[in-house]
Design a binder for this molecule. Structure first.
Ligand code: DAH
Length: 341
């Protein structure tokens, strides 16, 4: 067979092959088959050197023309197939815009952190600043300076975790009262949110690690009325309702007089229920007027200044707001619990 005839047959074969290609993938395979390195046309072009000088230009030109035609067939079919794909893609990849989307998990702050920030906002709006202190504390600040001498029975009110070097994990945020007084002069208005530790068996209402917000206000003529006013403002904001409070006597060595502050039960509205043990009141936080010995320990003269202090359990506040009945849930790492907030 003459080479030109061979070329013609080759072109015909390619043309019908390309026409029948039914996908972009098979078209790609055909391009390799007809124009690739191992194709007939490449072989012919490579062999041009073995032809006679008269044949060479003629065959070379014919072969190149075949090559260009095949290339064009391929391009045309490619376009046809691409258009078909576009025409049918709507059926194959239909998007139902009414279908619910995939929810992105974003995470959020822990409910205790949320509450802490809220309480911080409320107090800073009343002119309080936020103080912090060390979690590993000295006996002096945790007990001694707070009017709890070494053999005082009140030490047993708080079971302490001691370090082998004789320091302790603070059992309350009250030591920061002393640290604050040492550093600043009255008027003082601070709150101290922080983590505290007790050597304690855990149960639904006890944790070895929990959170408190200490409060301290010292100025001339501070009285129980100031204490009640500040507490009420704070509690109304936290519970988003008008909260009624009452004070009962309570004993804490660092305050005199000392109180337990109760709020009216919001479950029953004061009529009496199981939450408030039929009393209509729920115990919320201890507080009192700062004991003169504590002021002295902080280098403040008790005959010139007075103050109030309170120690609020943050965990307890969150539990009351949401009706959570087990404090251990907070650090359980249970996402089904945490995701609710
Ligand atoms: N520090 C006490 C505790 O953890 C709570 C407390 C009571 C703090 C009375 C006070 C206060 O500031 O006045 O048990």
């Amino acid at each position: 067979m003459e080479i030109t005839e061979k070329l013609e047959a080759f072109l015909k074969e390619a043309e019908s092959g390309i026409k029948n290609a039914d996908s972009l993938k098979s078209l790609h395979d055909l391009r390799i088959k007809y124009l690739g390195r191992k194709s007939e046309i490449t072989a012919i072009l490579k062999d041009l050197g073995s032809l006679s000088p008269e044949q060479r230009p003629r065959i070379g030109k014919a072969a190149n023309e075949v090559k260009m035609k095949i290339d064009e067939y391929l391009k045309n079919r490619n376009e046809e197939l691409s258009n078909e794909t576009f025409d049918t893609i709507g059926d194959k990849e239909k998007i139902d815009i009414t279908e619910p989307g995939v929810k992105k998990e974003t995470g959020h702050l822990h409910p205790i952190t949320q509450m802490r920030m809220e309480v911080e906002d409320i107090f800073t709006s009343m002119g309080f600043t936020i103080a912090t202190g060390p979690e590993v504390e000295l006996d002096y600040y945790n007990f001694e300076a707070l009017n709890i001498p070494r053999d005082h029975p009140a030490r047993d009110m708080q079971d302490t975790i001691w370090t082998t070097q004789g320091s302790l994990l603070r059992t309350h945020t009250s030591p920061v009262q002393i640290r604050t007084m040492e550093k600043s002069k009255p008027p003082i208005r601070v709150i101290v949110p922080g983590r505290v530790f007790r050597y304690e068996e855990t149960d639904a209402s006890h944790e070895h690690t929990f959170y408190q917000v200490e409060g301290l206000m010292i100025d001339k003529d501070i009285s129980v009325s100031n204490l009640i006013a500040v507490m009420k403002t704070m509690l109304n904001a936290v519970f988003r309702r008008e909260v009624k409070v009452r004070l009962r006597p309570g004993y804490f060595p660092f305050v005199e007089p000392g109180f337990e502050l109760d709020i009216n039960c919001r479950i029953c509205g004061g009529k009496g229920c199981t939450v408030c043990k039929q009393s209509g009141w729920v115990e919320l936080l201890p507080c009192g007027l700062v004991h003169p010995n504590v002021l002295k320990a902080g280098n403040i003269k008790p005959d010139q200044y007075s103050g109030f202090a309170f120690g609020m359990g943050l965990d307890r506040l969150v539990m009351m707001r949401y009706g959570i009945d087990d404090i251990r849930l907070f650090h359980s790492g249970n996402l089904r619990f945490l995701e609710q907030f």
